[in-house]
Design a protein around this ligand. Sequence first.
Ligand SMILES: Nc1ncnc2c1ncn2[C@@H]1O[C@H](COP(=O)(O)OP(=O)(O)O)[C@@H](O)[C@H]1O
Ligand SMILES: [Mg+2]
Length: 274
Amino acid sequence: MEQSKQNSPSTPVEMEATLAELQALLEEKDQLLMASEKMAVLGQITAGIAHEINTPLGALKSNYDLFGRCIVKLKELSAGSDDSNNLKIQKLLEKIDQLNAVNIKASERIVQIVNSVRRYARQDDADPTDNDLIEIMNNTLAIVHHELKNRINLHLEFNSVPTVKGFPTQLSQVFLNILVNASHAIEDKGDIYVKTYTSAQNAVVEIRDTGKGMSPEKKDRIFEAGYTTKSSGVGMGLGLALVNKIINSHNGTIEVESKEDVGTTFRIFLPAHQ
Ligand SMILES: Nc1ncnc2c1ncn2[C@@H]1O[C@H](COP(=O)(O)OP(=O)(O)O)[C@@H](O)[C@H]1O
Ligand SMILES: [Mg+2]
């Protein structure tokens, strides 16, 4: 059995098996190609939307600022006399002032989100660049934030790591896929631990969740293109296949540890940029 795998196929059955293997490989490539094309289109659309949102957002922000200054003026004007109407007006102005402060905070938050989406959707340069994984992780976390908050406690431990040569959008996609999987694995409430550290000339990113974990049989299959345990619409089973492909092309490696009902740890090793 072992030997026939290494030699070229000779019997019709072996030929059949080799053909089937080739077929499977081709299908896997097709699926990955489709997924990355879809991602690229999605990236362009998202970048367009983020760009469109930016202009009205700028208008809102500057109006809120103007609003704030009007309120200050109105307060000054009504501060002169103190009949009962004026007191009411002062109260209302106070209320408007508070609401405006909330609006300013909210629009600042939207600006933050739009900026991180724009960074994520930006097409990578043709040549690999020098990357700070902590910065990439922070930008990625800003994108998944809405998916995690209220339900999942995020614990960050960023120890300094060497820079890594590669494509930031792809690396962000790796973190995004693993973080989203971690969030899916946590059914109700739970924790995600993100840690960076240096080990033997590698920048290491560790993402651990307290989700439902996997049996060893499941764990063996997670990098297969098309393997998913999620209902259609939630997962296509391409996320980790893509993760694997991206890490390979960055000369890195991935480790997975998992225990059912305890959780899962993904560890990504990327060589330091010399
Ligand atoms: N953190 C995790 N905890 C438990 N199972 C996981 C985790 N990450 C991945 N998996 C398993 O691996 C499968 C494949 O993941 P992935 O390739 O991202 O595809 P998808 O998320 O579309 O299902 C998932 O369906 C799930 O069964
Ligand atoms: Mg996934």
